[in-house]
Design a protein around this ligand. Structure first.
Ligand SMILES: Nc1ncnc2c1ncn2[C@@H]1O[C@H](COP(=O)(O)OP(=O)(O)OP(=O)(O)O)[C@@H](O)[C@H]1O
Length: 282
């Protein structure tokens, strides 16, 4: 069966800097694929190409499932989200701070409410079909509020939530759109130990219960090693290693990229102690 996501020879340049250099990799449905690498390796740039924020200079990006293959390379971000069903979260949380938790989740579904012109026109006349779609959106939002323990915060402004809650809300907002591929950019950043454990459990539920493929950028190496099925390691925009967490952690090229050191140094020293992760940026 084809992989959910196939990236081939992806290249992205900023002036004289090659941020992504002929990168190819795949991600499977219902699996967690992690993109790791030192600072500036190109991880977020990959997400920006996948989600239409950047137009890559070369290569192709496609999504496949049993209904067929969709070429994303030249699509706008809006269409990638609506047609491709690709959702993302950001390294720096981007919620609508002055809207309530519930409103954030309803706005997210606006795209699916307006996938065609019909409901948009229906909205003008407040048609039954439009009202039904709105009710469904509220149900979906409510179910994510409950699942992520945000009930007490539903009517609060998103910007007033504690940091860990805002991270959860971002994930809820992405999941509300019914994605088949979810791209999470450092979701554990700023979380405490207990919140990181809760996040790992949530990601596991999302892939098993909702069947989403998860593409994860994360600098919490323990989390990456614990929950990933497949790990891709970037350095200077190139793939330097890929494989299971075990394979990757023993790969000399990965050890060199992280430690700038000889092969007898040990990545395990970096895994397990630090969850703030700045000096083990992944
Ligand atoms: N819009 C841009 N304009 C110019 N250079 C950029 C732009 N976006 C990214 N870069 C450069 O591309 C390279 C890759 O950056 P990117 O943010 O993708 O790395 P990263 O692996 O996500 O890093 P980090 O772990 O620090 O978030 C860096 O050298 C960065 O400075």
């Amino acid at each position: 069966m084809s992989p959910l996501l196939k990236v081939s020879d992806l290249t992205m340049r900023f002036g004289g800097l090659t941020a992504i250099d002929a990168l190819s990799f795949e991600a499977e449905q219902r699996k967690i694929t992690s993109l790791i690498g030192p600072n500036g390796a190109g991880k977020t740039t990959v997400f920006n190409c996948l989600t239409g924020f950047y137009r890559p200079g070369g290569g192709s990006i496609s999504l496949s499932d049993d209904t067929g293959t969709l070429e994303l390379t030249r699509m706008t971000g809006h269409r990638i989200n609506a047609r491709g069903r690709v959702a993302r979260t950001f390294q720096n949380i981007r919620l609508f701070a002055r809207m309530t938790v519930l409103e954030n989740l309803l706005v997210a579904q606006h795209v699916s409410l307006h996938r065609s012109w019909f409901p948009a026109v229906g909205g003008l006349w407040n048609s039954a079909a439009y009202r039904q779609a709105q009710e469904k959106a509220i149900d979906v939002a409510a179910s994510w509020i409950e699942r992520l323990d945000l009930e007490d915060w539903a009517d609060q402004e998103a910007g007033s939530l504690p940091y860990g809650h805002q991270r959860r809300l971002e994930i809820a907002r992405a999941m509300c759109t019914g994605p088949r591929l979810l791209c999470l950019d450092e979701p554990a950043a700023g979380l405490n130990g207990a919140e990181s454990v809760q996040l790992a459990k949530l990601l596991e539920e999302m892939r098993t219960e909702f069947g989403v493929g998860i593409l994860l950028i994360e600098h919490d190496m323990k989390m990456v090693m614990d929950i990933s099925h497949h790990v891709i390691v970037l350095d200077y925009g190139r793939k330097i290693a890929q494989g299971s967490p075990q394979e990757v952690r023993n790969d000399p090229a990965v050890i060199r990229a992280y430690l700038g050191a000889e092969q007898d140094d040990d990545l395990d020293d970096l895994i397990g102690d630090d969850t703030t992760g700045r000096e083990i940026e992944a």
